[in-house]
Design a protein around this ligand. Structure first.
Ligand code: SF4
Ligand code: ZN
Ligand code: ZN
Length: 296
């Protein structure tokens, strides 16, 4: 098959046939267009990129640096034995070879326990719920002082998040989704942006592979137990039977988003009585989780 843009042979297997150089060029312009369309970044911004050593955040770091933005990498070490050490080693190598500053914040250092210890000292059955709360808390805290926190969420991730919130009737949480996230503005929240918003998982995997990033394509051993994994499999099945399903979910959400953002805020923004971080309750969820572990 021939590339859609030139006479070369199309060697890249995504939804449209392209040669390697045209695929890379189009992928990067897709990211640049999303940044422009949603005004995600400013040239003067100091950007912290939430990085895991995986394909999404590594591609994001690489492209933002290539586009001339001032980026640093921020990794969270949850303390998942046999998994996180390997991804962090790859990330360190990438950052060193590309001259990108890397900061690592850990659950152990911040909360006094690893995710593995939390699971053995609490009644949580599935780690992703507390892990997600602690990660959001720590990312927000560690990215303070930067103008933006850029995450590697892609189109598949966003379609999953929309569906997850629909299926749990979390409409207020759904209102916070989008290429730039959050409906609350407070100087203790670093604005979050998703430059890979319109890139599919398959496209990011192809980009990362063609660029030769040395990445471990393994996922967290806890991931298959999560609600997200169930929705991911469901959407992958729907996409294979009806191509375009995920993009339709995201585009429908974007049309609804202005209306969702007009909803009255469910609870006013408070500050946690224990740690002082932004919270919707007197004590934030992260402090509540930490208390369970300490008193168990
Ligand atoms: S898959 Fe679950 S446990 Fe693993 S890092 Fe993600 S949220 Fe945490
Ligand atoms: Zn071509
Ligand atoms: Zn707190």
């Amino acid at each position: 098959m021939q590339c859609r843009k030139c006479s070369r042979k199309a060697g890249v297997e995504t939804d449209n046939p392209y040669c390697k150089s045209h695929f890379l060029e189009l992928f990067e312009s897709k990211v640049a267009n999303a940044i422009r369309q949603f005004q995600l970044l400013d040239r003067k911004d100091r950007i912290s990129v939430a990085a895991s050593g995986g394909k999404d955040s590594t591609s994001l770091l690489y492209i933002l640096q290539k586009l001339g933005y001032d980026v640093e990498a921020l990794a969270i070490d949850e303390g998942i034995q046999g998994y996180r050490e390997g991804t962090l080693a790859g990330l360190r190598e990438f950052c060193t070879s590309h001259g990108i500053k890397l900061k690592i914040a850990s659950y152990q250092e911040q909360f006094g326990f690893t995710l593995d210890e939390l699971m053995s000292r609490s009644n949580y059955k599935i780690p992703c719920m507390p892990c997600g709360i602690l990660r959001r808390y720590l990312l927000n805290k560690a990215a303070r002082g930067y103008d933006k926190l850029a995450t590697g969420h892609n189109l598949d991730d966003e379609a999953q998040s929309v569906m997850m919130n629909m299926m749990k009737s979390n409409i207020h949480l759904m209102a916070r989704l989008g290429p730039s996230t959050g409906v609350l503005t407070d100087n203790r929240f670093t604005p979050r942006v998703k430059p890979l918003y319109f890139c599919t998982e398959k496209e990011v995997a192809t980009y990362s592979f063609l660029q030769g990033f040395s990445i471990k394509y393994s996922e967290c051993p806890n991931a298959p137990k999560s609600f997200r994994a169930m929705i991911r499999d469901f959407l992958n099945d729907a996409e294979s039977k009806s191509p375009g399903t995920k993009a339709s979910i995201v585009h429908s959400f974007l049309k609804l988003s202005p209306l969702l953002k007009q909803m009255p805020v469910e609870s006013p923004l408070l500050y946690c009585a224990e740690c002082g971080e932004p919270s919707s309750r007197e004590t934030c969820n992260a402090c509540n989780i930490a208390r369970i572990v300490i008193f168990k």
